[in-house]
Design a protein around this ligand. Structure first.
Ligand code: SF4
Length: 284
């Protein structure tokens, strides 16, 4: 039997820290004075450099992220421009967009521009979401995910653990995610920033590993359980255990507003574990 393949994804913040929404877990909201880099549009040549570095480290997915509530005509045009430039220079990368709530028509426009997958997280349970965001609803998030499926794009949707939610909320979120039949489920662990109104993440590493197992159990049909934001903080020297717990994808390099560890450390870890890197999106 061949060893499991691990899918590597890299994320690129093509616009940062300018969102007017009030999600309490998000340092990109302008409502909180988190000390992060803020800009309207990253220069295309910088994005190409990041895409080349992502490919060189074995990433297959390259996610174009904008910090905003939802797609606008201006964002669609920028994402399309970026997608075209990345495709021309680094054609092997699979392009993912993550630009907030989206209508079916908007998603079809991105799809026609070569974007294969769309990431939009439910973030939490429907009940708890009302406590962490007042400017838009969980239902809008859920409907965007339905639109991704209707558009025939690959759906990537997951959430965040450790924001003060209870175990019933976690189960409820995972059950809601399962109803959407996502291809990939990004599991994030809340990374506290003192400018944000939430308390620091109180999950232990063992509890976090159990949540990966629970995600896999409740969403068995997803091709990938991806450990994304907060991985280094949550698992420290126990990184390798996430794969035993059921994860088969990770984000490599930096996150949206926090630094990841050196890509070379992740590549060395995978090699030491005898795990191969997925070379095409069909690799499980
Ligand atoms: S809508 Fe997205 S970018 Fe804006 S504050 Fe919420 S999570 Fe952050």
């Amino acid at each position: 039997m061949s060893s499991p393949k691990i899918f590597l994804c890299s994320i690129c913040n093509i616009n940062s820290g300018t969102c007017n929404e009030d999600c309490k877990f998000c340092s990109q909201s302008v409502k909180y004075a988190a000390d992060i880099e803020r800009y309207k549009q990253k220069p295309i040549e910088d994005i190409i450099k990041e895409a080349k570095a992502a490919e060189a480290s074995g990433a297959l997915g390259f996610c174009l992220v904008t910090a905003q509530k939802g797609l606008t005509d201006k964002t669609i045009n920028f994402v399309k421009e970026v997608a075209q430039a990345v495709k021309a220079e680094v054609p092997r990368l699979r392009l993912i967009a993550c630009n907030g709530t989206a209508t079916l028509a908007q998603l079809l426009e991105l799809k026609a521009a070569g974007i294969k997958a769309y990431n939009h997280n439910l973030e939490s349970s429907k009940r708890y979401y009302e406590e962490i965001c007042t400017t838009h609803s969980w239902q809008e998030r859920y409907e965007t995910c339905l639109n991704v499926n209707k558009a025939g794009m690959v759906l990537i949707t997951g959430g965040i653990f450790g924001m003060g939610e209870n175990q019933d909320d976690r189960i409820s979120m995972l059950q809601a995610l399962a109803t959407l039949n996502p291809t990939s489920v990004p599991i994030n662990f809340y990374h506290h920033n003192k400018a944000l109104p939430l308390k620091a993440n109180e999950l232990t590493t063992d509890e976090a590993l159990d949540l990966i197992r629970l995600s896999k159990k409740i969403i068995p049909n997803a091709d990938r359980i991806m450990v994304a934001g907060g991985r280094e903080m949550m698992f420290k020297e126990r990184q390798a255990e996430i794969f035993e717990a059921g994860a088969n994808a990770i984000v490599v390099g930096n996150y949206l507003t926090t630094r990841g560890r050196e890509k070379s450390k992740d590549l060395e870890m995978l090699k030491n574990l005898g795990l191969h890197i997925a070379k095409n999106p069909e690799d499980k």
